[in-house]
Design a protein around this ligand. Structure first.
Ligand SMILES: Nc1ncnc2c1ncn2[C@@H]1O[C@H](COP(=O)(O)OP(=O)(O)O)[C@@H](O)[C@H]1O
Ligand SMILES: O=C(O)C1=C[C@@H](OP(=O)(O)O)[C@@H](O)[C@H](O)C1
Ligand SMILES: [Mg+2]
Length: 191
């Protein structure tokens, strides 16, 4: 259900509301978000890319210079801005749901899709990726397990819909998301 924060302030005249993808690193938010936007004919934004564009440096560089706390401040600022865009599909970063103010923005401003996968598959997908500074630890698999344990209740609680992405192909996941959104629209809800 869409919870409006100022009446229907974030619903455009054509009834479109933003679609937000949440979930762990490697769940497929960026990949599925891009495909979903293409199939809906919508603008695609990736929160990490938007942060990088505004800062002029990469996410790992932001972590190097400002630490996670600095990155999270920037993440909230950019989230506040981009969630106001109406006809957008927004892939968030895995940790964007942790700050309570971010949770409020996502809940109030759009449809939240949780892309869900287990820790083994998440690890397989991101193990060789050097662009995820949260995993620069001695035991990245244990880090994923711990982050998933902390974040799963938040993902579950924020989600309007949950889609399993750990088993099927990208195509299968896109089909499942399209079906959910079609059913959502058939119930008379804005998408
Ligand atoms: N079923 C699937 N759904 C989404 N991504 C998948 C799937 N299978 C494999 N992948 C791969 O997982 C990797 C991580 O995806 P990415 O979109 O970067 O995730 P996130 O943005 O959630 O961290 C990509 O290389 C993507 O191709
Ligand atoms: O889980 C996290 O805390 C993070 C996930 C990343 O995004 P993806 O989930 O797209 O990898 C990125 O925002 C940053 O490295 C922190
Ligand atoms: Mg991503």
């Amino acid at each position: 259900m869409l919870h409006s924060e100022q009446g229907d302030a974030h619903i455009s005249p054509s009834g479109q509301v933003p679609i937000f993808l949440i979930g762990m690193m490697g769940a497929g938010k960026t990949t599925i978000g891009r495909g979903l936007a293409r199939s809906l004919g919508r603008e695609f934004l990736d929160l990490d890319h938007e942060i990088e564009a505004r800062c002029g440096v990469s996410i790992p560089t932001i972590f190097d210079i400002e630490g996670e706390a600095g990155f999270r401040r920037r993440e909230t600022q950019v989230l506040e801005e981009v969630t106001l865009r109406r006809a957008v599909v927004l892939a968030t970063g895995g940790g964007a749901v942790v700050a309570p103010e971010n949770q409020a923005l996502l809940r109030a401003r759009g449809i939240v899709l949780y892309l869900k996968a287990g820790s083994d598959e998440l690890f397989r997908r991101v193990a060789k990726d050097k662009n995820r500074p949260m995993l620069l630890t001695a035991n990245p698999k244990a880090r994923i397990v711990e982050l998933l344990r902390q974040r799963e209740p938040i993902y579950e609680q924020l989600a309007d819909y949950t889609v399993e992405t750990g088993h099927g192909s990208i195509h299968t996941v896109l089909d499942a998301v399209a079906r959910l959104l079609k059913e959502h629209a058939q119930r008379g809800e804005n998408i």
